[in-house]
Ligand binder design. Sequence first.
Ligand code: HEC
Length: 201
Amino acid sequence: MNQMPLYLACATLLCACSQEAQNPETPSKAELPPVAINAEVEISRAKSAIGIFAAALQTELKKAMQEGGPTRAISVCNTEAIPITQSVASEQGLELSRVSLRNRNPANAPNDWQKPVLESFERRKAAGEDPAALSWFEVAEVNGQHQFRFMKAIPTAPLCLQCHGSAIAPEISARLDELYPQDKATGFEAGDIRGAFVVIQ
Ligand code: HEC
């Protein structure tokens, strides 16, 4: 690929970004000093970390489902989801999390800049975009430093409905009530946006 001057490449990508997400909290990009971040490189790093993270979660979920069915898998999600997140994050040298507008674990509620992005994903899906292809990024300024933020929507697959759908088996429901009294993560249908991966680097 031709080497475009860095500031130009970034400016191009930032324009694409501000069209993607209208985040009223985000300061206008024009106010930021020249960006010393190559967005293309950061996006591919974020996507690769998400790929590794999603595969690790899925492997663990499938293994637990095979070993002891969904109730056993709930315990594994309960105790392993956050440690898996942390171990992939430290291996990859970035911050990782999963957030949702209808979160199960209270620790997975979106923060001030993540919530409008999740809402923009819902609007983009309603306008016909494929949930599996929804992503967003921005370069923010935090304490005088540039921070690269990336989010990718997580679509709901049929397998997910056993624990996130509308017709959840009574023993699964009982276990979820016990562990997550404030659970908002039920009633999803296949194809809905279950939440999003968040990468900060
Ligand atoms: C066996 C039950 C089970 C299945 C099947 C399941 N989940 Fe979950 N899911 C959970 C539990 C339990 C949590 C809470 C994990 C925690 O405490 O960190 C959770 C949390 C999540 C979260 C984090 C946000 C939140 O609500 O706290 C996302 C995103 C998510 N699940 C997506 C999926 C997707 C996508 C699938 C299908 C590929 C799926 N889940 C299948 C039980 C399940």
